[in-house]
Design a protein around this ligand. Structure first.
Ligand SMILES: *[C@@H]1O[C@H](CO)[C@@H](O)[C@H](O)[C@H]1NC(C)=O
Ligand SMILES: *[C@@H]1O[C@H](CO)[C@@H](O)[C@H](O)[C@H]1NC(C)=O
Ligand SMILES: *[C@@H]1O[C@H](CO)[C@@H](O)[C@H](O)[C@H]1NC(C)=O
Ligand SMILES: *[C@@H]1O[C@H](CO)[C@@H](O)[C@H](O)[C@H]1NC(C)=O
Length: 314
């Protein structure tokens, strides 16, 4: 009797393990209900609505899926008025997706302030090309992107890259390359690296001074004022072993250099402008040490500062 009892107790488990496959409607509207492949445990309906090609397409598709990958809704924007939205619903009874009904989420496609550099679609394996695209919808925790005047002249403010929280005005005056340059640059920056004024000496009569002002309201840098420094370049008795500038990745080695005014550090600055890079050694003010996200115009070319390192001048 004992073996039979064991068999009776086990039988529901045996039956469960060879469950018949789930049946779902599969294909387009009105298609047949048929067996799902093993491992798929949900009946799904997917509604896609697309205006990506100028014309509006609405598609409903029935399929088998997995209950854990049953996404509710997502949206994509590839350009002005060019969107795709998809929403899906699941259920787990045979044929249940035949009558599954849900509303496609209403959306106003309101621009949310974020920008992606490329928005495009191509039915080829080549990369597609498209201009910047303004993202829409789904208010994120921080929807406000600061807008600042950017470039060499006052113009309409445009969106800053996320993470930059200050509008900046930078004036660079340089005699480092023999000729005198005086440049004004508007940009986005970080408020914690907003230096007021700094200066560098790389040799006799070879100086650079930069002064900047920041503010944090949209477009505020159009009206920023700063004090143009007129301080004389008086030697202060300190020296740095190297004073040079090179527009290459190689080291430059001229020097030593006599520091002037408030310069108490021997400074190394590395920066780039597209493929161009530069390295600079000289005397610098201590407020330059560790500065990041700063633009510096040298010889009329705007560079991004990569690193600034300092050691005390002797
Ligand atoms: C999905 O199905 C598995 C197995 O049937 C079940 O254990 C799990 O709880 C289900 N998950 C959801 C989110 O329904
Ligand atoms: C700046 O914005 C105004 C108003 O939106 C527009 O009329 C003007 O053409 C814009 N100027 C530039 C330089 O883009
Ligand atoms: C150099 O920068 C320092 C620190 O900001 C400033 O006090 C000084 O006046 C500047 N010197 C010159 C010559 O511009
Ligand atoms: C900028 O300077 C001008 C002229 O010196 C002055 O009239 C204006 O009020 C200043 N603006 C700010 C924001 O300080």
């Amino acid at each position: 009797m004992v073996p039979l009892l064991v068999l009776c107790l086990l039988s529901p488990l045996l039956v469960a393990s060879v469950d018949p496959p789930l049946k779902c409607q599969q294909g387009t509207e009105g298609s047949e209900v048929s067996d799902c492949a093993s491992g798929l445990n949900a009946c799904v309906v997917i509604k896609d609505e697309s205006t990506m090609f100028g014309v509006k397409f609405t598609t409903t598709f029935y399929t088998c899926g997995k209950n854990d990958s049953c996404a509710n809704a997502f949206t994509i924007t590839i350009g002005d008025g060019k969107h795709l939205r998809s929403s899906s619903a699941c259920c787990t009874e045979d044929g249940c997706n035949k009558n599954l009904d849900w509303g496609i989420l209403p959306t106003t496609w309101t621009q949310n302030g974020y920008i992606c550099p490329t928005g495009c679609y191509a039915q080829t394996e080549e990369k597609c090309k498209g201009g910047p695209v303004s993202c829409t919808d789904v208010a994120s925790a921080d929807t406000s992107v600061l807008k600042c005047v950017q470039g060499a002249e006052v113009s309409n403010a445009s969106d800053c890259v996320s993470g930059l929280d200050a509008c900046v005005l930078i004036r660079d005056q340089s005699t480092m390359l023999g000729t005198e340059f005086d440049t004004t640059t508007y940009s986005c920056g970080k408020s914690d690296s907003c230096v007021n004024a700094y200066n560098i000496t790389i040799g006799k009569e070879k100086h650079l001074r930069s002064s900047s002002a920041c503010c944090t309201e949209d477009g505020c840098n159009a009206k920023l004022n700063w004090t143009s420094l007129q301080a004389p370049w008086t030697e202060n008795g300190l020296t740095c072993p190297k004073g040079c500038y090179a527009q290459t990745e190689k080291e430059c080695t001229d020097g030593p250099v006599l520091c002037t005014d408030g310069q108490r550090n021997c400074i190394t600055v590395e920066g780039s402008s597209g493929a161009k890079t530069f390295v600079l050694h000289g005397c610098g003010t201590s407020n330059m040490c560790g500065v990041e996200n700063y633009a510096l115009t040298i010889g009329g070319i705007p560079y991004n500062i990569k690193t600034i390192t300092c050691v005390p001048a002797a």
